[in-house]
Design a protein around this ligand. Structure first.
Ligand SMILES: *Cc1c(COP(=O)(O)O)cnc(C)c1O
Length: 358
């Protein structure tokens, strides 16, 4: 029996990844120059497959970075002169906020109580905030922000930029790119790929802001400033030698997901999420950490385990099933289960069946 990874990232590889890696070896992708025409073709195919899959409008640009964490830093450097405003609902949104402070910005945050959503109507974003930063799906707590709340923020604050972390919700989450100026993810979560690639999707407002900062003598970084990323992206290149294999594989998997059907993926994700949460709700020992269903992530289920996470994790390992511990301070008391396109219905049934035996 092969291993099944329900870990939140890195996670189970999408079923077609192996085939694409073998093909990449045949095509000598590992030896391909990033200045070659072959690479330019890979870049443009991956960018257009992503645009098609995620309904990204044509006037957005796609940049390839090292990780999602890098995307946080690049966004702050390029879009914020002094003030960003952060909705903090867990460890990753906290990291986004802290990065802005470390870069010397005078940023502010609103923090939700652990596992709770935000009362958006009662929150007002400070006048001086240039950008609003949100983590649509908090992998540390399993909270999710409904897209319609982000769209409402857009209507309330049309002059502010909006940045959204979609690392553990893409490609499941239907992002309304009218309401978002930039979004980012890394590939080892919902896309089911090996780690080592970040993707940043930006519109013209972000590029314009970055230019304005540069004109005013604000540092926007070096090789990965938006102006440098853009210059190279326009000819389907990168300034440095990138993760060529990662970009190749992402393009292939994005195409596979598109052909499989994004609506079908969404329906299946919803159905599996219902099974997973239903199982833990019925169980007398475990309980979902997020009590309000509307804030519950469909792709990351965080579960309280009164007898500790260790036993469960060790027992599941014996069946070749891998689940994640809780994040940091909840490491010992919670488990986290990923529900990505790479997780089939039958794998999920198997997971729940084995859990029910504990
Ligand atoms: C994993 C994760 C990140 C960090 O991704 P890296 O690729 O490790 O930089 C950021 N935000 C969220 C929500 C995540 O789940």
């Amino acid at each position: 029996m092969s291993k099944i990874f329900f870990t939140v990232g890195p996670t189970q590889l999408y079923p077609t990844v192996k085939k694409h890696i073998l093909q990449a070896l045949k095509e000598d992708i590992g030896s391909t120059s990033h200045r070659s025409e072959q690479f330019q073709k890979i870049y443009s195919e991956t960018a257009s497959s992503l645009k098609e899959l995620m309904c990204i409008p044509d006037d957005f640009q796609i940049f390839f970075l090292g990780s999602a964490t890098e995307a946080m830093e690049r966004i702050i450097q390029n879009c914020v002169k002094e003030h960003s405003f952060h909705f903090v609902n867990g460890a990753f949104s906290k990291r986004f906020f802290e990065i802005s402070r470390q870069l010397g910005k005078n940023s502010q945050q609103i923090e939700s109580a652990a596992g709770d959503g935000f009362n958006f109507r009662e929150i007002s974003v400070p006048e001086k905030a240039e950008m609003i930063c949100l983590t649509q799906n908090e992998t540390s707590t399993g909270t999710s922000i409904p897209m319609k709340e982000i769209s409402k923020l857009r209507k309330r604050y049309p002059d502010k930029l909006i940045a959204v972390d979609i690392v553990s919700s893409a490609p499941y989450a239907a992002i309304d790119f009218e309401s978002v100026d930039c979004a980012f993810f890394s590939v080892q979560k919902g896309f089911g790929l090996p780690a080592g690639l970040g993707v940043l999707i930006v519109n013209r407002n972000c590029l314009r802001k970055s230019e304005e900062l540069e004109k005013n003598g604000v540092s926007t970084g070096s090789f990965h400033s938006f102006s440098s990323l853009r210059k190279y992206a326009e000819s389907n290149q990168t300034s440095e030698t990138p993760n060529v294999l990662g970009i190749y594989l992402l393009g292939k998997v994005a195409r596979d997901l598109f052909e499989y059907g994004i609506e079908r993926i969404r329906k299946e994700t919803d159905a599996k999420a219902k099974m997973i949460y239903g199982f833990f709700e019925k169980n007398t020992e475990y309980s979902p950490f997020i009590s309000d269903e509307k804030n519950r992530s469909k792709t990351i289920a965080v579960i309280n385990t009164p007898d500790g996470s260790r036993n469960i994790i060790e027992n599941m390992k014996k069946n070749n099933i891998f689940v994640s511990t809780g994040y940091k301070e909840n490491k010992k008391t919670q488990i986290r289960i990923a529900n990505f396109p790479a997780h089939s219905l039958s794998d999920t049934e198997y997971l729940l069946q084995e859990l029910s035996k504990l």
